[in-house]
Design a protein around this ligand. Structure first.
Ligand code: NAP
Ligand code: G4F
Length: 319
């Protein structure tokens, strides 16, 4: 029988890949979209005819109740968030409202209207922040370093609490950084590949960045949405780290990206204090053993392949 899924954040990077995956699997896919002065459907334009969009906002409980009433989902993927860490210092309240309380509102809508639906919560490695253990795994204590990280910790515990209080199927995917050609332009990987492509095409002369020594465990978004789906196919709800188990610095990313177009990064990169954060997460490295052993998830795209894929795509755009 056809299953129905509701994706909040369907217009975002992960939402678009997840929608494609669920369509391939024969799901009826519904996506929550918020009203904007100009619609932001670029990432899902190619599948617009195959999915159903419902207007709503994570700050508005009525719209979430309405959305689950309309589509009566078996699976709900809560991917919507104010997801940029940098903005969480300039908009801390909005970040708390959407990224933190928004997740609680989604859980409430499901609890009240379709309590048998399975819920996926997009939790984040940012919750580990000032890391208390390396590599980070499901039992590593959280120490968030930004309003975004704090909001994600709230959403994480709300998900655990609804599972324990109401016996709901609610799982946290604690996903480490994952990127793609569809990544938002302000995140460091896309900012780099976009900047390199602009320089290679003669449209720019420099790329201004912040902390080049920050280390991240970067994977490909297309691989990570498979883990989201796999989590909801398990017998019972649980929490899982999804990561590659490899960390690389921003500098390494920059180096590979520039060398892909035959340039030396040192000739173009300018370190600009404007891009340093009030509190930095210097090093993230995940241990995906539990996800691998529980449901056989594995990374398919390597770090180098990811950088090259993003460079190729941005070069195409500028050409
Ligand atoms: P993204 O590209 O920034 O997408 C965020 C989505 O949330 C967009 O569709 C956005 O809609 C929507 N949204 C924002 N505010 C909303 C509101 N008030 N009501 C309804 N929708 C709203 O993020 P992503 O990279 O796909 O990440 C997906 C989720 O995973 C996020 O929760 C993020 O925090 C989390 N996460 C991401 C990573 C990563 O490395 N990518 C790692 C761990 C966790 P608009 O298009 O209208 O802006
Ligand atoms: O690409 P970023 O902005 O991603 P960040 O902060 O790690 O957050 C992303 O991953 C999280 C998972 O851990 C998600 F939950 C979250 O939603 C988001 O998707 O920054 C990565 C690193 C940081 O250490 C930052 O200080 O890159 C460093 N960086 C250096 N220069 C820069 C820049 N980051 C940005 N955005 N812009 C720069 O110019």
């Amino acid at each position: 029988m056809t299953k129905t899924a509701l994706i909040t954040g369907i217009t975002g990077q992960d939402g678009s890949y997840l929608a494609e995956l669920l369509l391939e699997k024969g799901y009826d896919v519904y996506g929550l979209v918020r009203r904007l002065s100009t619609p932001n459907v670029g990432r899902i334009e190619h599948i617009l005819r195959d999915i159903n969009l419902i207007e709503g906002d994570l700050t508005d409980q009525c719209s979430l109740n309405n959305a689950v009433d309309i589509c009566k989902p078996e699976e709900v993927y809560n991917l919507a968030a104010q997801s940029f860490v940098g903005t969480s210092w300039t908009q801390p309240i909005a970040t708390g409202e959407v990224t933190g309380l928004g997740a609680l509102r989604v859980l409430e809508a499901v609890r009240q209207r379709c309590p048998d639906a399975k819920v996926y919560q997009a939790s984040s490695s940012e919750m580990f922040g000032k890391v208390q253990e390396t590599p980070q795994r499901e039992l590593t204590p959280f120490y968030p370093r930004s309003p975004y990280g704090i909001a994600k910790v709230y959403a994480y515990w709300a998900t655990v609490n609804y599972r324990e209080s109401y016996d709901m199927f609610a799982s946290n995917g604690i996903l480490f950084n994952h990127e793609s050609p569809r990544r938002g332009i302000e995140f460091v990987t896309r900012k780099i590949t976009d900047g390199v492509a602009r320089i290679a095409c003669g449209l720019d002369t420099e790329l201004r960045l912040g902390n080049l020594d920050a280390m991240r465990d970067w994977g490909f978004a297309g691989d990570y949405v498979k883990a989201m789906w796999m989590m909801l196919q398990q017998e019972s709800a649980d929490d899982y780290v999804v990561a590659t188990g490899e960390a690389h610095s921003v500098r390494e990313f920059v180096q590979i990206a520039f060398s892909e177009v035959g340039l030396n990064y040192e000739d173009y990169v300018v370190v600009d204090p404007k891009f340093f954060r009030p509190a930095e997460v210097t090093f993230l490295l995940g241990d995906p053993t539990k996800a691998q052993e529980s449901f056989g998830w594995k990374q398919e795209v390597s770090f180098e392949e990811l950088v090259k894929m993003m460079i190729r795509s941005d070069m195409e755009l500028y050409k």
